[in-house]
Design a protein around this ligand. Sequence first.
Ligand code: GAP
Length: 482
Amino acid sequence: MAKLTKMDDIVSLCKRRGFIFQSSEIYGGLASCYDYGPLGVELKNNIKKAWWKSVVQMRDDVVGLDCSILMHPLVWKASGHADHFSDLVAECRKCNTRTRVDQLKDAPGGAAAGPAGAGDLGGKVCPSCGTAGNFTQPMPFKLMFETSMGANREDAMTLYLRPETAQGIFANFRNVLDTTRVKIPFGIAQIGKSFRNEVTTKAFIFRTREFEQAELEFFCEPGTDENWFGHWKEQRFNWYLDLGIKKENLRFREHEKDELAHYAKGCADIEYLFPFGSGDWQELEGIANRTDYDLRQHQRGIRTSNSWQESKGDLSKVTLREEEADYMKGPLSYYDEEKKGRYIPYVIEPSAGIDRSTLAFLVDAYDEEEVRGETRNVLRFSPALAPVKAGIFPLTNKEGMPQTARNLYNSLRGRFNCFYDEKGAIGRRYRRQDEAGTPFCITVDGQTAQDQAVTVRERDSMVQTRVALDQVKNYLSEKLGL
Ligand code: GAP
């Protein structure tokens, strides 16, 4: 039960301290949509920065991109999402709740529990009202949100909110090739919002209908894909560890052949032990070998669009061999100068959820301890992720202390995100920063005017050190590693 308490504690801390709020709360809230408050937006921005630094900034072989959320509907036709991106759901005949078939739990007593006529779901139970085996036939439920573009009804176009950022990368593959000096192997990275009309949403920000993804499409020569798959699995796993996630809470799960997405040759999930129920391993990030599926589909997509049909006629009459020859001449093929040959690149895709990793970083950092008979709540964030790096306080509002503390604050804030606070007992100010995950608190006291030094308190050990005022910036840089 301890794990369950922990999740509740995190949700309550997130609200109390302004990390995460329910969307539209003043109107009663909008289910499964969340807003990031002042501390939450800093945390999330730091996670995105850390991802970008590791995947783009520190590599010679990856470039960035920021695509629009709305794309031409043919993109989703070619990618397969328009026809296949759905969940199989069944509706409970008693309470009309729709549930994903793969998430229905067995009724106690198994298959015998359901009434006659409930089909394959006779032994399953409705998670909402508890009725066993009284479901409609399973049916596909489309996950993409539709919207329409254009002011005039006659020429308005039905569009989709993107369900993944990846397709914007494939659609820009040629643009990036033509405008940069990248050569295969190379990757294109993007962070942005995605939308899915999820049937079942889950546990706070774990599964929502609007969420942020950090995706890399890494293009490589066919035959080298297995090596790159291994490379990215290792890189991405270590990224979480380097940012402080405990090793015992992280693992890989390789997908079985029958659960692979239609485009994937292989897939491994990085899973985190979330505190749902008594502990639940759930996907944090997927790393997939997407082969040449997407580029081929788009090449085919461009050809079947009007201009190509006019020049080539009926696609069904084009033989596979002709099509293959065409692919090799097409805009999404790649001419390898060194090999003097053309191919459609394979793609390795590490795809992370920013909201989901924000939850994992919060859960992993959360700690409670007894200090002098009181409970101390502390978020032990790694320095790179901490929303605020230093809290700066005058001990009292007298003897020039606020002025000195403000001067120090102004000299540090250009370099680190800092927080100035002069209200309340110093112990309480420390506790507030512990709950925000601030690694250092700096106090200007009565002694400062004499020795030109301040007290620096470290969050995890609570050890206090005297540091010269003119050395504080260097001290923090060194300790934070920033
Ligand atoms: N382009 C591949 C792709 O989108 P995915 O496994 O569907 O693959 C990748 O999603 C990651 O995006 C997941 O591992 C998860 O972290 C995040 N994600 C997916 N759906 C989500 C949702 N409804 N809410 C929050 N995060 C989600």
